[in-house]
Design a protein around this ligand. Structure first.
Ligand SMILES: Cc1cc2nc3c(=O)[nH]c(=O)nc-3n(C[C@H](O)[C@H](O)[C@H](O)COP(=O)(O)OP(=O)(O)OC[C@H]3O[C@@H](n4cnc5c(N)ncnc54)[C@H](O)[C@@H]3O)c2cc1C
Length: 606
């Protein structure tokens, strides 16, 4: 079994110290006097150590003791208990980000990258609990906050999000779960079945608080009529202790491709007419319109960012392992040299370098996109400058579907590429990359499939404020390319970015115009357009980083590890611009051709 936590945080130090204006974040009132630039190395190093020493040792247990339903219980692997306790004691368990001492989001999410790479199913308890508690914090009444938040933020109780039902997956508006008012206006009776609920049952914590979407009896059909309820597994007593069972029954735990340390549960609520939930916010209005979907979107939007972030974390683990393996595995001789020359480590072969470079460049593109966006979260929350806050919010709107879908689609490709680097050993469970690929696949499916993300981008984000939000976003790239007069040896890369931007605008105009005459072109091409959107943005971010890295490289002698790191950043940006971004031009050609063969083909021909 493969316990192999190979990772490093050199790139993260570059991102916080050389690229992003982190000083600005540390100077916000919320962080001033608590954290500063001097702390960056220490924070990243400590988190990496915790990932290595506390979280990674639990990883194998997910495979040897996968979570299953046994006699009505779903036990977690034994190692989870002490590791979770240790995470909580070290400040990496669930917690209230509004509290003093919480890290800036951009720093916190970098530290979480190491922890998630070390064992995502364990870290899922933290993310889900924070998301569920955040909903109660935002929309619950004071009594709900008093009763649930201390228990959840301390890690004593866990949380889940319950949207999906057997007949209501992508289209949540079709859910059948229902709620009926009781004599207590806060409390509703709940009945329904939810499926695929992550960590939907377990014995890691003494209680689990399910955040459940259901329709109040008589409310409007579709997403409009949905409300949100906090439904505990055990109904709490007034003194905060865990009381009687709340009639939430686990009827199955899925047998899955991966994520074996995560119980994906099917839950029945109210089989015995004895399940109660606390309504968050107000009951449906006189038109039967509930607040549930809008409220749940707070957690879903956070989870979409989190999903892309996890995809990147797991791909990074696969990449670091593949690099280590490629340096150790000796096979074959250098291309074109005689058979008498010595055998070499496979990292010396051109095609292995191509595979590693695809991983490195795409991984760094994903990191740039994700951490730039988390940086905007800090600005949006804490800047005193209204224009600055607004700009950050607008960038978050556009970037969120890119983070979710580009990163999770690419993660599947990158983990496959990592397996290929290993050859046959990669396909075996003896090494960790096979598990990385199995675990990462779900990320393109949950939190709204990646097609839904592409519709969000093309169908909604393109039109926000009559297109002004997206135009502003494009202006960042336009201004960046226009300002690179002296491109310091990278003029070809700037030209490619410029050309890709032009190609992107052409296909966008084409799709917008075709909406009136050929509306099916939009959903037919939206996934590919989302990838192109991410590529032009990531291209800009990696170029920014390359210019910075060029400056930094000059401070070190060739051969020095720091010099290699910085020149590595420049070569990586070159590779991304020259080998990956030109896909945007190809997509433009395909979109403008407007081929509809995929929809024209008779269904029987499939
Ligand atoms: C391991 C795991 C964990 C999960 N955790 C949770 C959880 O914690 N909470 C929760 O609520 N849910 C959870 N889910 C459920 C997950 O969010 C859903 O599986 C996902 O939303 C897709 O729904 P579905 O499976 O019903 O697929 P469908 O909705 O049936 O989709 C099937 C395919 O059809 C496509 N499709 C559907 N509708 C359209 C359309 N109108 N136009 C074009 N294409 C369309 C989809 O993109 C997809 O490719 C989890 C699922 C898994 C497997």
């Amino acid at each position: 079994m493969a316990t192999s936590f190979v990772f490093n945080n050199r790139e993260h130090k570059f991102l916080l110290k050389d690229w992003l204006d982190s000083e600005k974040i540390f100077n916000y009132d919320k962080y001033k006097g608590i954290y500063d630039m001097e702390d960056v190395d220490m924070l990243l190093d400590v988190a990496l150590t915790i990932a290595e020493e506390v979280v990674a040792p639990t990883s194998d247990d997910c495979e040897t003791h996968p979570m299953k339903l046994k006699d009505g219980n779903v036990p977690v692997p034994d190692s989870f208990r002490s590791a979770y306790k240790s995470l909580i004691e070290n400040g990496w368990g669930p917690g209230d980000e509004q509290e003093e001492g919480a890290l800036p989001q951009v720093v916190h999410s970098m530290c979480s990258e190491f922890l998630e790479a070390a064992n995502y199913p364990l870290m899922q308890f933290v993310g889900l609990t924070n998301g569920a508690a955040g909903l109660i914090q935002s929309f619950g009444d004071e009594a709900a906050k008093d009763q649930y938040l201390p228990k959840m933020f301390s890690g004593e109780w866990a949380g889940t999000m319950c949207l999906t039902e057997p007949g209501g997956g992508s289209d949540v508006g079709d859910i059948l779960s229902k709620a009926w008012p009781t004599d207590d206006k806060r409390v509703y009776k709940i009945k329904g079945t939810k499926c695929f609920i992550s960590q939907g049952d377990h014995d890691l914590t003494e209680n689990i608080v399910h955040l459940v979407l259901a329709r109040v009896d008589g409310a409007a059909p579709g997403t409009k009529g949905i409300s949100l309820f906090a439904v505990p597994k055990y109904w709490p007593e007034a003194d905060g202790s865990v009381g009687e069972s709340n009639d939430v029954i686990t009827i199955a735990v899925e047998h899955k491709l991966g994520m074996n340390g995560s119980a994906t549960a099917m839950l029945n609520f109210g089989d015995n007419d004895n399940c109660r939930g606390i309504l968050l916010g107000s009951p449906p209005d006189e038109n039967g319109v509930g607040q549930g979907m809008a409220q749940m979107f707070q957690m879903v939007n956070g989870a979409r960012m989190g999903t892309g972030h996890t995809a990147m974390s797991i791909s990074a683990l696969a990449y670091h392992n593949a690099v280590q393996y490629a340096k150790e595995r000796v096979q074959g001789r250098k291309f074109g040299l005689s058979k008498k020359t010595p055998r070499v480590p496979i990292i010396e072969h051109e095609d292995v370098r191509r595979m590693l470079m695809i991983q490195k460049a795409t991984l760094e593109a994903m990191r740039a996109l994700i951490y730039q966006t988390y940086y905007y979260f800090d600005v949006a929350k804490h800047s005193k400058d209204e224009a600055d806050r607004n700009k950050a919010k607008r960038r978050i709107e556009v970037n969120t579907p890119l983070v979710k879908a580009y990163c999770s689609d690419k993660a599947w490709e990158l983990t496959a590429e990592a397996i290929q680097v290993y050859g046959g050993y990669g396909y075996s469970e003896e090494y960790p990359v096979a598990r990385c690929a199995r675990d990462v696949k779900i990320l393109s499916i949950w939190e709204g499939t990646n097609f839904i993300q592409s519709l969000d981008l093309v169908g909604r984000k393109w039109q926000l404020e009559k297109g002004a939000v997206f135009q502003d976003w494009l202006t960042d790239i336009e201004e960046f390319t226009a300002n690179q007069k002296d491109s310091n040896g990278l003029s070809k890369e700037v030209d490619i970015l410029n050309e890709a931007l032009g190609a992107y605008k052409e296909m966008r105009n084409f799709i917008i115009k075709s909406m009136a005459t050929k509306p099916q072109l939009m959903p037919l091409y939206s996934t590919r357009i989302l990838h192109s959107t991410a590529m032009i943005y990531c291209g800009m971010l990696l170029m920014e980083q390359a210019f910075k890295a060029q400056e930094m490289a000059e401070k070190f002698d060739a051969g020095n590890a720091e010099h290699s790191f910085y020149t590595g950043k420049v070569e990586t940006a070159k590779f991304y611009l020259r080998n990956i971004v030109p896909q945007v031009m190809m997509t433009r050609d395909v979109v403008l051709d407007g081929d509809t063969s995929a929809v024209d083909i008779p269904e029987e021909a499939f």
